[in-house]
Design a protein around this ligand. Structure first.
Ligand code: MG
Length: 207
């Protein structure tokens, strides 16, 4: 991964440790340009830069989906709230300007397409099989399961499904990302491919 991309990603706001970001970068490079790459949960684009850096090298395109109003845990009073991302006119979260700025800074505006909206709604209209789907949207039970149920089927055979914030020990974090990781394995459509920190990457072996 190019040094300037690594530096830019590391200076972004977000919750993606560098080692886990590098695992995303490698996953995209390894899976190749079989199809588009989907990220559910763009936030400010930190992990998007890791995905985009590899996509740029292999000639793939990343579609990153977010309503940019912040997930539950990013609202005021919650752990991951960042008051500098609140639109002063409306008082609502808006991480889109920061995402656009970060993608412009790394020259990825033609490699990464930002889709602004609800990932479930987008999924209803998405038919192209994906080489990699990365789920890092809302971490509550409803959004996490909806993201899995709607996007895991879009991964092509031989493609990869990445899930962030998978904590087998409840002491380390919330359950839903871990539940959808188990759901993927239980479906027998996916097998373990890589694990770094709380990032899990699975390979699709059956429809
Ligand atoms: Mg995360």
């Amino acid at each position: 991964m190019r040094t300037e991309h690594q530096k830019a990603a590391q200076s972004c706001r977000g919750f993606m440790p560098h080692e886990e970001g590098m695992a995303l970068y490698r996953a995209v490079a390894e899976v190749g340009a079989k199809g588009p790459i989907i990220e559910v949960g763009s936030y400010c684009g930190k992990s998007t830069i890791y995905l985009g850096s590899a996509a740029l090298e292999i000639g793939a395109t990343v579609f990153t989906i977010d309503h940019h109003r912040g997930s539950e845990e990013m609202q005021k009073g919650w752990d991951h709230h960042d008051s500098s991302l609140v639109d002063t006119e409306t008082g609502r979260m808006d991480s889109l300007p920061e995402l656009r700025k970060n993608l412009e800074n790394v020259g990825m505006e033609s490699t990464v397409v930002a889709i602004v909206g609800d990932a479930l709604t987008v999924s209803y209209f998405w038919e192209t099989p994906c080489s990699l789907v990365f789920i890092d949207g809302g971490h509550g039970p409803i959004p996490a399961h909806a993201d899995f149920d709607s996007w895991a089927p879009k991964v092509c055979i031989g493609g990869l499904l990445a899930i962030h914030d998978v904590f087998p020990d409840p002491e380390d974090g919330g359950r839903p990302p871990y539940e959808i990781y188990l759901k993927a394995l239980d479906s027998q459509r996916f097998i373990d491919y890589a694990a770094v920190g709380s990032l899990r990457i699975l390979k699709k072996i059956d429809v």
